[in-house]
Write a protein that binds this ligand. Structure first.
Ligand code: ADP
Ligand code: 5GP
Length: 189
């Protein structure tokens, strides 16, 4: 099978995508992160150009109009989108690229690059545990946590459309499974 080098992670907010993405970037040789564009405000510790390209609404809407995004969605009142140029550079170079996008973005990437994408869904053990992790992470207000939990149920309903799902219960096991699945997806066979 053709190696699938666009590795798309998707999950309800708080399920562990960022943790899995960081691990894959450390352990998969040559893997690079797809830095999305967003209009949401920067969180403490995030760096512009590394975690996201932080744009104003006007700048983002200009990119939409100029066709510079492979896909974009409006989530929790902010735009998020994948840059076409960075994705196509990675494909040309044959790099492994790790994406952290919402479920609809994942399916759009699959439509845009059907032979190159591997869709991996990270599920929380339960919605109660998801809530606990979001509170523990401490990066959102109560109102934002409530909206993320409401959206989680919708996102869970998409998991059957993914190539594989991992239930992120024990973190060490999750990381090991994710690495094994990705090594298999990117191998030439
Ligand atoms: P996401 O990127 O999907 O929003 P994060 O990777 O930020 O999620 O994880 C949300 C929180 O849960 C973080 O504080 C993270 O350290 C923690 N976490 C991730 N996986 C586990 C796990 N298996 N068990 C307990 N806590 C976890
Ligand atoms: P956060 O604000 O927690 O960083 O991200 C909120 C949601 O936006 C997450 O589900 C994340 O995966 C998603 N997201 C981040 N970048 C993109 C993107 O480029 N496209 C889409 N469709 N979703 C994205």
């Amino acid at each position: 099978m053709h190696p699938r080098r666009l590795i798309v992670l998707s999950a309800p907010s708080g399920a562990g995508k960022t943790t899995v993405a960081r691990y894959l970037l450390e352990t998969i040789p040559g893997a690079v992160f797809s830095v999305s564009a967003t209009t949401r405000p920067r969180r403490n510790g995030e760096i512009d150009g590394r975690d996201y390209h932080f744009l104003s609404r006007e700048e983002f809407e200009r990119k939409i109009a100029q066709g510079e995004l492979v896909e974009y969605e409006e989530i929790f009142g902010n735009y998020y989108g994948t840059l076409r140029s960075a994705t196509e550079d990675a494909l040309r170079r044959g790099s492994v690229m790790i994406f952290d996008v919402d479920v609809k973005g994942a399916l759009s990437l699959k439509r845009a690059y059907p032979d190159d994408t591997f869709l991996l869904f990270i599920a929380p053990p339960s919605l109660e545990e998801l809530e606990r992790r979001l509170r523990h992470r401490g990066t959102e207000t109560e109102e934002q946590i409530r909206r993320r939990l409401e959206r989680a149920a919708m996102e869970m309903s998409y998991r059957d459309q993914f190539d594989a799902t991992i239930v992120n219960d024990d973190l060490a096991r999750t990381l090991e499974q994710a690495q094994a699945l990705v090594m298999e997806a990117i191998s030439e066979h």
